[in-house]
Structures are given as C-alpha cells and as structure tokens.
Ligand binder design. Structure first.
Ligand code: ATR
Length: 279
C-alpha cells in the first residue's frame, strides 16, 4: 500500500514541503506520497486522531502546531523536548515519535560553511522559535560562546536560562550588539525583519563587522535581505535561509525513509520555484 506523509499548519497553502518531498520520494522510486493538510489550532487533536487511525507514516509540523502537538505524541526526542517544539513526527513501531530538525538542519548548513564553527564566537539576532532551536542546537554542538540580541531582552534571557547544554552566553539589547559586532565570527539573523514585503529593513546596523565574518539570514524571500547586502559590503561570507530549509527537510526525510535526500537537486528546484533562476 502507498505510504502517506504530510505537513500540517495554518496557513499551509504557501508550503514548499509537498513539492520537495514528493520530488525526493520519486527520485528514490518509493511507493509514497506527501500532501499538505490545512489544520486549524482547535482541530489539531481531531486531526491527529485521524492520522493515527490511518497510520500516517510521517508528518511535518509547522505554525501554529509545533508546541501543541507534543502532548499528543507517544515519545519525544530529547532535543525536541528541550527546545519545546516538534517539526517532524515519525511512525516508529506503531508509536508516534516527535523530533526537531530545524536546529540540526541549521547545523548541517553551518558545517558546510565552516566545519570549525564550534570554536567560533556566535551572535544570534532574535529570540523567537527559530532562534531557540538554533541556540539549543549550537549549544548541543558545544559552541563555546553564543550571545543573543533581541528587542525584548527578557526573551533572550529565557532562552539562555532554559538551555540544558553548557555554553557561555550574554543577552544583549539590539543597540548594544550593534556596537560590538566586531567581536563575533558568526552572525545569525532569525527575526522576520527584512522579509518580503519589508525588504528595506534590517534589525541592526552593520557597521562594525570583521572581514570574513559568516553572516546567515534565515529569511529566503528575498534571496538576499538588506542585512545580507550590508554584510557583503563588509566582505562577509553570506548565506540565506534556503539551506536551512532544505536540510531540515533532508533530516525529516532520512528519519522517515532511511534514504539520503537529494540536497543539491532539491535546492535547484526550490530556487526555481522562488523565481531565483531568473535573477
Ligand atoms: P519565529 O518563531 O518564526 O522564529 P517569532 O516568534 O515571531 O518568530 O519571533 C520573531 C522575532 O523577531 C523576535 O525575536 C522578535 O522580537 P521580540 O521578541 O522583541 O518580539 C523579532 N522582531 C519581529 N519584529 C521586530 C521588530 N520590528 N523589531 C525588532 N524585533 C522584531
């Protein structure tokens, strides 16, 4: 029988996950299909009962369900439990097990840019769900210094205090981070500032930046945010959020199928879908 996988969220029509997962399933000639399910917050429990009844093989979970799915699962992987968010559910021996592949997906991207990243000084800008997953995953990888700057400084403090992995960290106001950017080797922009249609905005001014600083913006619409454009003027090594998106999907796919995800071909597909091949 054909296996069924899917993604749940609200809204969900914009999701590129069906496109890329069906592409990967077809590449491996697996008898399976991946579909998008529009599930409202108040219907999550009912929807999940339905998934159990049909023994759905695996699920991606997106906004607003990443936290609320946790009590419905049979088991949760320790990293996902610590982060407090699940984006991947796997049917393992009849049990639904939750994982978080957002943070580990980011780590894969970073490893490809600099395999010595754990010795570097990192600054994360923003303290939302993505920042939390990235912070915990970097700390788990034993990155020695991870500072976090946010408009609401208390949210940065909460993430730092909640993290069970040992690392040195300071919570900073955005304006203070701006003044000491030259202390960092890696900058990670996780806020929504600069995302389409507000493409002329940046969360902080990039004036003091060392040459060859790695600057990653997890936004990929536009491909190159104003933040990345400014960083480029200071000879930074820049990357957008496409790789994080692809690698989180790759890790989900590997958990479900035990097969390698076609990373490079999928990246071309995503760029084409976003219109980037016409840039
Ligand atoms: P996600 O879960 O997608 O990572 P989120 O939880 O909505 O996103 O978090 C968004 C982040 O962008 C937060 O760090 C937020 O700052 P606050 O914690 O102070 O709210 C930041 N952010 C969004 N709009 C902002 C703005 N106009 N100025 C500064 N920070 C902003």
């Amino acid at each position: 029988m054909e296996k069924l996988y899917g993604v749940i969220g609200d809204p969900i029509h914009h999701s590129m996950s069906p496109l890329i997962h069906n592409f990967a399933l077809q590449k491996h000639r697996l008898h399976a299909h991946y579909t998008a399910f529009h599930v409202k917050a108040e219907k999550l429990e009912d929807a999940f009962k339905g998934f159990r009844a049909i023994q759905l093989a695996g699920l991606n979970v997106t906004i607003p369900h990443k936290q609320s799915i946790i009590p419905l699962l049979d088991e949760v992987d320790p990293l996902a439990r610590d982060i407090g968010a699940v984006n991947t559910v796997v049917l393992e021996n009849g049990k639904y097990v939750g994982y978080n592949t957002d943070g580990p997906g980011f780590i894969r991207q970073l490893k490809n840019i600099d395999r010595h990243f754990s010795r570097k000084k990192v600054l994360i800008i923003g303290s939302g769900g993505a920042a939390r997953a990235i912070y915990f995953s970097l700390a788990k990888e034993k990155v020695q210094t991870i500072d976090m700057a946010n408009r609401t400084i208390q949210k940065a403090r909460t993430i730092i205090n909640d993290c069970p992995y040992q690392t040195e960290s300071q919570a900073l106001a955005l304006i203070d981070a701006e003044k000491c950017l030259d202390q960092y080797d890696i900058l990670i922009q996780t806020t929504s500032i600069g995302m389409f249609p507000n493409i002329h905005e940046t969360p902080i001014q990039i004036k003091r930046l060392k040459e060859n600083t790695i600057v990653i913006d997890i936004i990929y619409n536009p491909f190159e945010t104003k933040f990345l454009q400014e960083a480029k003027k200071h000879q930074a090594i820049i990357a957008n959020g496409i790789d994080m998106f692809i690698h989180q999907a790759a890790l989900s796919f590997e958990l479900w199928t035990n097969q390698a995800f076609p990373v490079e071909d999928t990246k071309k597909l995503v760029i084409k879908q976003l219109g980037g091949d016409k840039c």
